[in-house]
Write a protein that binds this ligand. Sequence first.
Ligand code: ZN
Length: 383
Amino acid sequence: MHVASPLWNGLTEPARSVALEVLYHGPLSRAELARRLSLSAGSLTRLSKPLLDIGVLSEVGIQPENRIGRPAVLLDVVPTSRFFLGIKLTGDEAHAVLTTLRAEVIASERAPLDRREPAEVVATMSGLIGKLGDRVDGISALGVSLGGSSTDNLTVARAPYLDWTDVPLATMLTEATGLPVVVENDVIAVTEAEHWFGAGRQYERFAVITVGMGVGYGLVVHDKLVASPDAGIGLIGHFPLDSAGPLCPMGHHGCSYSMLSIPGIRSSISVALGRDVTYDECLDLAATGHPAARRIVDDGGRALGRLIALVANLTMPNKVILAGDGVRLAHVGYDAMIERLHEDRDPRASRVNLDIQAFDFFEWARGAAVIAIQNYVLGNLHP
Ligand SMILES: [Zn+2]
């Protein structure tokens, strides 16, 4: 795989902050950029000139009117100046995307994981990397996200869906492809994608709740992801939500896993019906009024409303984003969810600004690409 030249690597910190501001908020006029960074017009010109010379920034057009009535030249990054790959691993599939510097998806591919041994998974990922990488002239970095934890962005400390412990995934992938590689927990990756390039972009404080094979949570405060070595453990995976709820495999009554997760909902409805049902079938049955399925999905909706209220009450976010492959629970159980959300909030509290995202595994792969983009533009990658 051809590694693109490290365009952003040699930037001084002041020049990098100019480039980052344009990446987040561009296109911007020089005057607006100087105002945002509290720089004089002269300092900004001195810092932006070399960025224009080496192609990190470009002049993209004219803003017709500004406050003093003169047209202003707009500066922007060149999104297609650098390309990135993102791969999201589940227990049985790899989903990969090729993106620009602004995380716009250009192409996507997926492949089944027939075997979970790390070497086999790396071989499958290398195939996807080759297919997508061939479409452009050089890749700057690869991000990989998965359900699990990595404390150093290189080694997978634990990934239960793949039965992995202490797998040096980044090193293995770099050896196979030559690319700089970063590894991250999938909920953190999705939260960072919302933070830099998604629904959380205009908010300095927001939360993400994910519902799928498990239940996850990400938080951005003061425009920064709240990071901790504990973040990848899944701290709200078994959070108590309904003491009268069904048992989870760990013996909790009505924890977030048993009430909200795909396996939890499937298990409750399969027991009620006396046969195995898929997740979609569970929600279809509830939507068409099957009494047992309706009751279980409404219980799930109420538990989700309680969790959203907890997050809102404790962290006071400007927005709560619901995401994940089990997010259809929020649609089919919507009325119950909203009812409980209101019950658990002070009537004087502001309405929770809720955003239910359409689910797509490639959106999660895009999150992995965003981790690669962040590490690249922040100068954390040293090929
Ligand atoms: Zn539990």
